[in-house]
Design a protein around this ligand. Sequence first.
Ligand code: AMP
Ligand code: ZN
Length: 110
Amino acid sequence: MDEDCIFCKIFAGSIPSKKIYEDEDVIAFFDIKPMAKVHFLIVPKLHVPSLKECDASHQALLGKMLLLVPKLAEAQGLAGFKTLINTGREGGQEVFHLHIHVFGGGPAGS
Ligand code: AMP
Ligand code: ZN
């Protein structure tokens, strides 16, 4: 738990979110500024800033997050989807708590 982190605040319940999945390790919720008709984030409850800080101790967690992608996409009615992990400021990352973006259903607003 990082007290300055938006995603940690979402798990703690102090910032609201449109949650679609939660278990002991992971949470998934819709992105607040969707870039596709369906756009959600899969986020570990452990505060890890980005993929760069991951090591072998995170292997099972990363595998779990990746395997959740098709399950949650199917639950959202998506036959196919795109995934994205922005890493580091130069990689377009804005929230420094590891997350996988999942996009589907075509561009937002189309
Ligand atoms: P990234 O650039 O990969 O760090 O993406 C961070 C994402 O988090 C952006 O797509 C934001 O729209 C999204 N985001 C920021 N704050 C919230 C929030 N409170 N609830 C849901 N999504 C958020
Ligand atoms: Zn965090």
